[in-house]
Design a protein around this ligand. Sequence first.
Ligand SMILES: Nc1ncnc2c1ncn2[C@@H]1O[C@H](COP(=O)(O)OP(=O)(O)OP(=O)(O)O)[C@@H](O)[C@H]1O
Length: 369
Amino acid sequence: MAISRERVLEELARIEVPGGGNLVSRDLLRALHVDSGAIRFVIETEDAASARALAPVEAEAQRRLTALCGDQKVQIVMTAPAASKAPPPRAAAGAGGGRDAPPSMKIGRHPTPQAGPAPVSGVARILAIGSGKGGVGKSTLTANLAVALARQGRRVGLLDADIYGPSQPRMLGLTGQRVSGEGNMIEPLHAHGVTVMSLGLMMKEGEAVVWRGPMLMGALQQMLNQVKWGELDVLLVDLPPGTGDVQLSLCQKAQVSGAIIVSTPQDVALLDARRAIDMFDKLKTPVLGLVENMSTYICPNCGHEAHLFGHGGVAAEAAKLGLPFLGEIPLNLEVRLAGDDGTPIAAGDSPVAHSFARLAERLVAGGMA
Ligand SMILES: Nc1ncnc2c1ncn2[C@@H]1O[C@H](COP(=O)(O)OP(=O)(O)OP(=O)(O)O)[C@@H](O)[C@H]1O
C-alpha cells in the first residue's frame, strides 16, 4: 500500500543530520511530492560542503523510504547554491506593529487617486508573471525570460514587484547597488540588457518591509510611474506568489497586457495556479498562457532523465483550461547556481538557455513581447 505524505514526513523526522536536529526540524526539505506512484523531494543545503556532509543522510532517507513503501519510487535530489545567502526579508501585508513609513526616496506612500488602469509612459506592453504558490521559480523565470528577450533585440524592463522578498537584484547581479533619483523620478539600473527596478534596490540588505495595503499600492504605483523606464517593448512584472494586494493593485493601476502563470507539474502547485488564473480572470487581465518550470531533471552524472515533480501536468492543465502552453524549463542545478551568481543562465549558451530562448521566441512571435 502506498504510504502517505504524513508517514513520509514522520520517517524523515527520524533521520538525524550532522550538527543536530533532523531533516524536517532543520527545514531542509523542499517540494515534497507524494502520490501512489512516487515519493519525490529535494534536500536543500547551504553549500557544497554541507551537501557532501549530508550524503549519508540522503542515502539513509532513500533506504528507509524504499523499505517502507510498496510500489512508490523514491527520488531524492540534493541541491546547493553557489554561495549561501540570507533569505529575503518577508512580512505579511497588513501585519500590525511594523514600520509603515517609506524606507527612502519617498517610495511607499498612499496611492494617488486614479480613474482606472493607465498605461505606463513609453512602455508598449506590460506582462505580469504570476504563480499561485511560492518557490515554483517565478522570479527565476522572469529574470531569464527578460534576458532571453533582450538577447533577441527586444527593449525589456523588469519590475520586481515581489515587495516582501525582492530577489531580482541578486539574480541579476545588482546586490548592494542603489537606484538614484532626480526630482521625483527614479533612474533604474541596467543588467544583462534589461532595465531593472526593484524595491530591493532602495533598501539596505536584510531590511524588512512591513507596509499595509494602501502603502503597497502607493509603492507599486510609484515604481510604475516614477521610474524612467524609457521606451520599452515589454515590461515584465515579477509578482509575489498568490493572489493578494499587489496583484490587485497592479491590474487596477496599470494597463496590463496579460499574465503568464508559472507552475511546477505537481498537483498542489497546479491547484494554486488555477486560483491565480481565476484571480486574473476576475481582474479582467487575460491569461496569455502557462509555463512549466522544474519540468524534467537530467542527472549531471549519468544523463538519466527523471520527472521529479511529474511531467506534462501543466500542459495538460493548459489544454483543460483552453489556455496556451508556452513552454517548459527543466530542473537544473545550473539554473539555480547562475541565479545565485547574478548572471541568469539565459545569458549563456547551454541547453537550458535555449529553453528560455524558445519561450522568448514564442512570446515575440505571438505579439506578446
Ligand atoms: N528550473 C530550475 N532549476 C533549478 N532550480 C530552480 C529552477 N527554477 C527555480 N529554481 C530555484 O528554486 C528556488 C526558488 O525559485 P524562485 O525564487 O525563482 O521562485 P519563486 O516562485 O519566485 O519564489 P517566491 O515567489 O517564493 O519568491 C531558487 O533557489 C531558484 O534558484
